[in-house]
Design a protein around this ligand. Sequence first.
Ligand SMILES: [Zn+2]
Length: 424
Amino acid sequence: MFENLIAQSAGNLLIDDIASRRLPPSILFSGPSASGKLTAALELARVLSCLKAGEWTCDCPSCRRHKELAHPDLLIVGPKDCVLEIRAAQAAFLANRTQATRYLFVRSLRKLTLRFSQALNDREDSKFAKAAGYLADIEEYLEELSPARSMNEDLEALKKTVESAVATAEKLESECLWDSVPVSQVRNAASWARLSPSGKTKVLVVEQADRMLESSRNAFLKILEEPPASVVFVLTTSRRGAIMPTILSRVRTYAFVERDSKAVSEVVSRVFRQNPEGVENLPSFFYRFLPVPPETIAQTAALFLDMTLNLALDAGRRPLPSMRAAVDRALTGVSPDERRSANPALIIGRLNRCRPGILWHLFLSSLTDFMRRSLTTLGADSGEIGTYAAWTASIRKALDSVDVYNLGPASALESLALEMRDAC
Ligand SMILES: [Zn+2]
């Protein structure tokens, strides 16, 4: 068990705690993104439900359903960027059509669709209604791709099914996935948890638990205070400090660490069957599958800063010479016309309208990189340093306004430009 969780000692702790029956009903997996927290949660769910000894090769009916992530005793809530992993799994499967890569691809899709489980359905929530059509289509593709069936020998037809599944999953994620956990879902998940499991144990996974809003956190706390029997709650976070102390006091934390380059190579080659050369960490491996290359994101950030500095000058504010120098450097090769015509709509367009949502995060962190460059290599003066402190707060706010408060990136970007202009 936990063989697929590479280079994380949390796996061994879990094995020990399960063997000695010391696994608490509420646990927290804390660690950097792409460190295997969800992998561990799903493996834990399989092991706890297994009708035999819990080995990965077990073929009991429960394990078979868990391996396809189609077990009724498993529920996932919470936001996640699923699309890049789906694309990575697609590449692995099409390049090397084995049973292992087929599971990889099917599981990558289910990691997304499980968040729209009927048990969580809220009739008042329009996103559920919109998701229904996409989910029905994906279920059909999954049926065709199921590892329980013999593989389609017609490669072109198989490719078509896979591509349609990925395209539909992208729409599902960008149009329907919530950026935090709505309180109605916490209540529905609590009702689900109170019903007896169909097998041995139910597992509810709450991803990015730090992003829950107050009402959701309070509703969730209630169920943690009186956890039903036969249910294990697994929370995941990469920002443990942002989780409410009352929740932290009720969970046991298992720490996940940043993997070293050898372990990263192993994940890339063993799990995703790709060449690990030049991959420094897993997030950068997944960025290979972004629709906008990292260089374009960085250049778009420079274009946005250029636009903001021009707005500041027009408003008679300070010109920020070191930032101007950093921006000029990044925009060599971009025509003056193009620079002058930059506006929020164009910026968002260059970022593929921030789909998948991770593009918005990468764009904002690119802005922070420019500030760092201006400070460390170009020697920003104290006036600029003060401005950057204000910018950092505005960027943080822009991140939360999309992640937590569901504002569209286009409006968030417009407000950000004005706030940054005024801080010059
Ligand atoms: Zn089993």
